[in-house]
Design a protein around this ligand. Structure first.
Ligand code: SF4
Length: 195
């Protein structure tokens, strides 16, 4: 069923973002993955490759998972919005935040992924994913790493998007933020062990 869904999403025109992105970047991972990571949208690298979390942020996520003993093969990675929204800056394509209509239009794809994969743990990465799945009042800055009651899965939590760690203003901040992220992943590993 996931391949069918992926194929259908490749032709999605439910919002205007298909005109801007190179291709639909659908979620990837095991059909019965125990943990699902949900980001905001594919980035430049993901848009070109057609795969989620393959750029530097994805590599940071992979390393953090390896550090806490979560097998990457256990995970399914996806985004709230499946096309890359960007604005030109010189020759570069700069990330632009998806709006509420775009998030709403793309939501059925994410809901279908959750229903099919049926993960034990869902981890929202960043404020856009957290607010889309946990409600507008959810504040990643104050509630990161907390598990909240949700009909989506037995364990649902949120933390920062790994790309925000890469954007830290200096090496020391990046090191501290990375460590905090690993601590959040430890909680995910514990939830997986108890699920
Ligand atoms: S962003 Fe989502 S809803 Fe919009 S065209 Fe792409 S797949 Fe469809």
């Amino acid at each position: 069923m996931l391949p069918v869904l992926r194929e259908a999403a490749a032709g999605c025109r439910a919002c205007d973002l298909w005109k801007r992105g190179t291709q639909t970047v659908f979620g990837e991972g095991a059909r019965h993955a125990t943990v699902m990571f949900v980001g905001e949208q594919p980035g430049n690298d993901e848009d070109l490759a057609g795969h989620p979390f393959v750029g530097p942020a994805g590599k940071l996520l992979d390393k953090a998972l390896a550090e806490v003993g979560v097998d990457r093969k256990q995970a399914y990675v996806t985004n709230v919005v499946k096309h890359f929204k960007w604005e030109p800056r010189g020759k570069r394509r700069i990330h632009a935040k998806p709006n509420a209509q775009e998030i709403h239009a793309c939501r059925p794809w994410l809901e279908a992924e959750i229903a099919l994969v049926h993960p034990k743990v869902i981890v929202c990465l960043g404020a856009t994913a957290a607010q889309a799945l946990l409600g507008k009042k959810f504040r990643v800055s104050q509630q990161r790493g907390e598990f909240v009651s949700s009909p989506l899965a037995p364990f649902v939590t949120a933390t920062v998007h790994p790309s925000s760690i890469l954007r830290a203003p200096d090496d020391e901040t990046r090191r501290v933020e990375r460590q905090r992220f690993v601590e959040d992943m430890k909680k995910v590993a514990q939830a997986l062990a108890s699920a």
